[in-house]
Ligand binder design. Structure first.
Ligand SMILES: CC(C)(COP(=O)(O)OP(=O)(O)OC[C@H]1O[C@@H](n2cnc3c(N)ncnc32)[C@H](O)[C@@H]1OP(=O)(O)O)[C@@H](O)C(=O)NCCC(=O)NCCS
Length: 243
């Protein structure tokens, strides 16, 4: 369950970080994620398209193969990003302190009338941010949202060699069926309840607040750097005038 105190502590720790530490820490997990607690995950909209594209284009050929099931070219990734439907589907993101998208998930709702309460989950985590539970957290977040949207069956298509993805699915109780090099997992979801609805509302609010705080911190450090540059420029020209 969401712990507001832990979240506040991680925000304070983030706000205290000095700019040099921000760079180093920017690929590190939020302070609390190591303890398995708060990882701010926010839903994304068309305003995040540039970051989504940058995240996916940064995946190496093997990761693209694992993510899309084929070795997607830059052009195919751009087409995928351009075709994202934010009205129908849901996209979730985890951002570092520089507001780079380090992990994302796509919950695609079925368009097929024969399975109107089905959805499919796809995910990618930047190499530098793997093994910290982000993939699992994104899956949990997507499951919660799917439940609240009335989804009964969640599908995950993965290559059979994709141990990490299949582990995430199995850990959540999904049934995995292997068909040679490909596997399909499906997870039956319980109906939404009061807890799933309230928890999703709170988590989204927490993540949006976290995102805005990071944006403000970035603006602040940017303005400070500019100010320092101007001061240095004034100092240099004064020194030149003095000879
Ligand atoms: C699959 C992927 C999303 C996992 O992300 P992640 O943040 O590293 O995953 P987590 O840290 O949440 O780990 C999930 C589980 O897999 C295990 N795991 C992680 N990396 C592993 C690896 N290389 N080999 C075996 N198990 C691994 C973890 O131990 C964890 O299991 P546990 O909870 O039982 O300990 C990431 O590797 C990725 O982006 N791959 C490329 C794209 C892709 O394959 N997408 C999935 C298809 S849609």
């Amino acid at each position: 369950m969401f712990d507001p105190l832990q979240w506040l502590r991680s925000l304070v720790a983030g706000a205290r970080a000095r700019p040099e530490a921000v760079d180093v820490a920017s690929t590190q997990p939020p302070a609390s994620s190591a303890a398995g607690a708060v990882v701010p995950i926010r839903s994304m909209g068309p305003g995040h398209l540039r970051r989504i594209e940058a995240h996916l284009l940064a995946l190496d050929p093997r990761d693209r193969y694992l993510r899309f099931g084929y070795p997607a070219t830059d052009e195919q990734i751009r087409r995928y990003v351009a075709s994202l439907n934010f009205d129908r589907d849901e996209l979730f993101g985890i951002f570092n302190r520089r507001l780079e998208l380090i992990a994302m998930a796509h919950l695609a709702f079925a368009m097929d009338a024969t399975c109107s309460s089905c959805a499919e989950f796809g995910v990618s985590v930047a190499k530098s941010a793997r093994g910290r539970g982000y993939g699992s957290r994104l899956f949990e977040r997507a499951v919660m949202h799917a439940r609240n949207e009335g989804v009964k069956l969640l599908f995950i298509h993965a290559l059979s060699e994709n141990t990490a993805m299949l582990k995430i699915a199995r850990n959540a109780g999904a049934i995995v069926e292997r068909d040679g090099p490909e596997s399909e997992a499906h997870l039956r979801l319980p109906p939404a309840d009061f807890d799933s609805r309230v928890t999703e509302l709170i988590r989204e609010q927490v993540a949006v607040t976290d995102y805005h705080l990071k944006a403000q911190a970035r603006q602040f450090w940017g303005a400070l750097a500019l100010l320092q540059e101007i001061r240095q420029g004034v100092r240099d020209s004064r020194d030149r005038v003095r000879g």
